[in-house]
Design a protein around this ligand. Structure first.
Ligand SMILES: C[S@@+](CC[C@H](N)C(=O)[O-])C[C@H]1O[C@@H](n2cnc3c(N)ncnc32)[C@H](O)[C@@H]1O
Length: 300
């Protein structure tokens, strides 16, 4: 099927765009989202939008009928549906990932996880050849990033949600990485008994928001993203504690333990890692905003 099977005149689209922008401002939705949306659903590039050249186009190709495009924008403004779910895509690192409400929309801060793995393998290149796991893979973002970064590594991606795994598998396929990543349904390490003592690295962006805080998140998140991906129990640390306790049985000596967490959880995570006793080189790492957002450690 053609990529843009529908069309609208540039003049009609520009007229709608002006009204859609005013409606976004009124609904307190970031106005720049409108141009992102139009680039995703219409055959328009950023320059045409920036220079306000839409009205000059005799016809603009659309992926969906013009009426659907208008309904989707209404859903963005009034039902607070994230744009990524409406268009079914999320940019992440240099990938374009398919997303549905079955998976968390991969966040920019999580991109740093791959950079920190890159730093670790630069210091110890043998880490890049062997088995790595992404626990709670969601859309498959981290597993895909790891497979792309380490062509010699075998990547194992786990999620409790079968629906999320189906999306992760589709993403790996679309990016020609399907034969580099194995997918498993189950809880954390449970589906990986054969990897005991084998892993060069364990990476996870687990649910880490305290249960009480989940309901207070912005409507885009609380109403549309999967709560299985968000709720980390009473203090938010249920999954992280589990990963601290169970990972040593799976990691090789020198293997990397790397987890994303919420701002403010760093001290508790460092203390739990130290108390467990099997880790060394425990450190906190910052996200793009300079917030301690990741904990890293090495299996003794
Ligand atoms: C915060 S999301 C992260 C998704 C993806 N890795 C990312 O960074 O965008 C957490 C993921 O953990 C999964 N999850 C929750 N509990 C789990 C469990 N017990 N075992 C495995 N995965 C779990 C959720 O389904 C969700 O996909």
């Amino acid at each position: 099927m053609a990529m843009f099977p529908f069309s609208v005149s540039g003049a009609d689209l520009e007229q709608w765009r002006k009204a859609a922008l005013a409606a976004a401002i009124e609904a307190q939705v970031e106005p720049s989202e409108l141009d992102w949306f139009l680039q995703a659903v219409a055959n328009l590039d950023r320059l045409t939008l920036r220079l306000n050249l839409v009205a000059q186009q005799p016809s603009v190709g659309l992926r969906v009928p013009f009426a659907t495009l208008q309904t989707q924008w209404q859903q963005r403004l009034h039902d607070r549906v994230p744009l990524q779910y409406l268009v079914g895509l999320a940019p992440w690192r240099h990938f374009e990932l398919r997303v549905t409400p079955d998976v968390l929309i991969p966040r920019p801060e999580t991109e740093c996880v791959i950079d920190y793995v890159q730093t670790a393998i630069a210091q110890n290149p043998t880490l890049a050849e062997g088995d790595w796991v992404d626990l709670g893979t969601g859309s498959g973002a981290i597993a895909i990033g790891l497979a792309d970064l380490m062509p010699q590594a075998r990547i194992h991606a786990v999620d409790l949600s079968a629906a999320a795994l189906a999306i992760a598998q589709q993403n790996a396929e679309r990016l020609n990485l399907r034969d580099r990543i194995q997918f498993y349904q189950g809880s954390w390490f449970a589906p990986l008994p054969n990897l005991q003592g084998q892993l060069k690295g364990m990476v996870s962006n687990p649910p880490y928001i305290p249960s009480q805080e989940v309901l207070a998140l912005q409507p885009e998140v609380v109403r549309h993203e999967p709560h299985l991906a968000l709720d980390g129990g009473m203090d938010g640390l249920d999954a992280i504690h589990d990963l601290i306790q169970t990972a040593p049985a799976y990691l090789q000596s020198g293997g990397v333990w790397l987890v994303e967490m919420m701002a403010g959880q760093g001290d508790a995570v460092v203390e739990a890692l130290a108390q467990q006793g099997d880790y060394c080189k425990i450190a906190l790492l910052k996200d793009l905003e300079g917030v301690d957002r990741f904990a890293i450690a090495e299996r003794r």
